[in-house]
Design a protein around this ligand. Structure first.
Ligand code: KIV
Length: 300
């Protein structure tokens, strides 16, 4: 594949690139994106992996959970991201009920992310119960990223969005699941909202990279939901999400300024307007003169 369309000096990131980064002890960066301009910005900034997360349901579509997100929603947003990002490894998040129903459904839906939406890999939530689906998807040639800990599609089973793996038995189960996902062939695993000590232990045990979100600094990489890190969410922002800017305030200021400029006829200025030549304008006036009413002549 030609590298000419990639941002200057960057090659296409693959699953091997991120595995090699772990081997070299280099930290892997990942963010979520749901649209073309944001994906293009992240690509230019050199983010390794872009996840089109089903978090789109909460931060873009306004649902309370991710459960309402459909395959069609996901493919729509994945296509936009794929148009914007040429270098980052692109991962499509499988929505609720697109892989839990049967292994056949899982493979067919995973395939749509690559075939129709330009993704390089898929992510799905869950541990040992998902092993058959993961193995079947991988044997169809589709790289899979696992997701353990606080898996938001199980929010009702957890009784809310709360940290997982805080007791010995819960931590042991997550560690075992991580080993099972590695054995099944996952190229990496997202660890969400688990104690940092457990994330450190899993990261040391696994050969594949761990990507933490609310899992401490000892993971092989980090991911955040872009709307959280950009300060774009007007609703709850999780404790583990750092706001690197406050775009919501900036957008509110811009919209307020726009409203005021429009109401005061400051916008559009002449520099934002198109002009007819005087000659064309005078000819037009002459042509319509008999039809121009007294009221409109005053306004002209
Ligand atoms: O949907 C999403 O954005 C995710 C991240 C939280 C990892 O799954």
């Amino acid at each position: 594949m030609s590298t000419s369309t990639f941002p200057a000096g960057r090659k296409k990131i693959t699953t091997s690139t991120v595995r090699d980064k772990k081997i070299r002890g280099e930290i892997i960066t990942m963010l979520t994106a749901y649209d073309y301009p944001t994906a293009a910005i992240m690509d230019r900034a050199g983010i390794d992996m872009i996840l089109v997360g089903d978090s789109v349901g909460m931060v873009v579509l306004g649902y309370d959970t991710t459960l309402s997100v459909t395959m069609e929603d996901m493919l729509h947003h994945c296509k936009a991201v794929a148009r914007g990002a040429k270098s980052a490894l692109l991962i499509g998040d499988m929505p609720f009920m697109s892989y839990q129903t049967s292994v056949d459904d899982a493979v067919r839906n995973a395939g749509r992310f690559l075939q129709e939406a330009g993704m390089d890999a898929i992510k799905l939530e869950g541990g040992r119960d998902r092993k058959p689906a993961i193995e079947a998807i991988i044997s169809a040639g589709i790289p899979v990223q696992g997701h353990l800990g606080l898996t938001p599609q199980s929010v009702h089973q957890f009784g809310g969005f709360r940290a997982q793996g805080k007791t010995v038995s819960a931590a042991k189960r997550i560690l075992e699941d991580a080993m099972i996902l590695q054995e099944a062939g996952c190229f990496s695993i997202v660890l969400e909202a688990i104690p940092w000590q457990l994330a450190k232990l899993i990261s040391a045990q696994l050969e594949i990279p761990t990507i933490g979100i609310g899992a401490g600094v000892e993971c092989d990489g980090q991911v955040l939901v872009s709307h959280d890190m950009l300060g774009l969410c007007d609703r709850f922002t999780p404790k583990f999400a750092k706001k690197f800017t406050h775009l919501q305030n900036e957008i509110e200021t811009a919209v307020t300024n726009y409203k005021s400029d429009v109401e005061n006829k400051i916008f559009p200025a002449s520099s934002n307007s198109f002009k007819m030549t005087d000659e064309e304008w005078n000819s037009l006036l002459a042509a319509i003169a008999p039809k121009v009413t007294a009221h409109s002549v005053t306004r002209l």
